[in-house]
Design a protein around this ligand. Structure first.
Ligand SMILES: C[S@@+](CC[C@H](N)C(=O)[O-])C[C@H]1O[C@@H](n2cnc3c(N)ncnc32)[C@H](O)[C@@H]1O
Length: 272
């Protein structure tokens, strides 16, 4: 089953996505640079599949000033947010929005040179079908960039709370595996099987250490809040209290000076 966030979750989701774009800024830049080196020419038409609030779409529009970018998402409110950001950045004339659920059907789209799919493939009910539709939408010589998430970021020092983050992470992994069966998939094999050429994978290590930008504390707070809703009810009372104090307490993540951000993000490039 595809995993769609209910509207009540929209504000929290939008906040995490916006903060994610800020905190992972240099990762995004590195991936776009890598894709730009591999592309046969600077892309003129770009599709951001599952754009959310536009981390990818907007970074791509700025990086490739000649390009027209289509941001596609199932969520109207997230696209609305993207529209406002595109206006603020002065790229609204080159960014168009398509509200569509690609699980239901692939919408009619003009051919593109580059498809960007960041943390969206694992949400789909049938990603293999969508990968075939993406391939059919790419011009010959075009490129798919698939960035995925393989783990929840770590924020606290090793051993904090006697392994609180590890315990939360294990519970979250269980739930994610049940709700999002495609997460952590071997996308390289799936891409090759779908008919893509020259599939390459790179694992980007993201490590931010003190002093962190203020957005990192807010990102940790928003992430732990989302983590809480995923593990609540299965975590011990002590662990839940500690997690709550990290989210909102005076010793919480907004106030700590030992906060870090460590994670890895796998990315695949696949040619059409
Ligand atoms: C984890 S978010 C990633 C957003 C964005 N790509 C980023 O990196 O910040 C996944 C996005 O995929 C969208 N999505 C999930 N299922 C979808 C579907 N069936 N059709 C279109 N979009 C979908 C969600 O609405 C959400 O915005």
């Amino acid at each position: 089953m595809a995993h769609h966030h209910p509207p009540a979750d929209f504000a929290a989701m939008a906040e995490v996505l916006d903060l994610d774009a800020e905190v992972f800024h240099s990762f995004l830049t590195d991936v776009i640079t890598w894709a730009g080196e591999r592309a046969s020419a600077p892309p003129r038409r770009i599709l951001d599949l599952g754009s959310g609030t536009g981390a990818g779409a907007l970074a791509l529009a700025r990086r490739f000033p000649e390009a027209r970018v289509t941001a596609l998402d199932v969520s109207g409110p997230l696209l609305e947010r993207l529209r406002g950001k595109a206006r603020d950045l002065g790229v609204a004339d080159r960014v168009s929005l398509v509200e569509a659920d690609v699980d239901t059907a692939w919408p009619a789209l003009d051919p593109v040179d580059l498809v960007w799919a960041s943390a969206s493939l694992h949400h789909l009910a049938d990603p293999d079908r969508v990968l075939a539709d993406v391939l059919a939408t790419l011009r010959p010589g075009g490129l798919l960039v698939a960035a995925e998430i393989d783990s929840f970021p770590r924020f606290l020092p090793e051993g904090f709370g006697d392994g609180l983050e590890e315990r939360c992470q294990a519970l979250l992994d269980e739930r994610r595996a049940a709700e999002l069966p495609h997460i952590g998939s071997d996308w390289g094999t799936r891409l090759t099987r779908a008919g893509y050429a020259n599939v390459v994978e790179r694992i980007f290590a993201v490590e931010l250490t003190a002093p962190l930008p203020a957005s990192a504390g807010r990102y940790a707070q928003a992430s732990l809040r989302r983590m809480r809703s995923g593990v609540e009810g299965r975590l011990s009372a002590d662990d839940l209290a500690l997690l709550d104090s990290l989210i909102d307490g005076p010793q919480g993540v907004l106030h700590r000076d030992d906060l870090a951000l460590r994670t890895t993000r796998p990315v695949w490039l696949a040619g059409a």
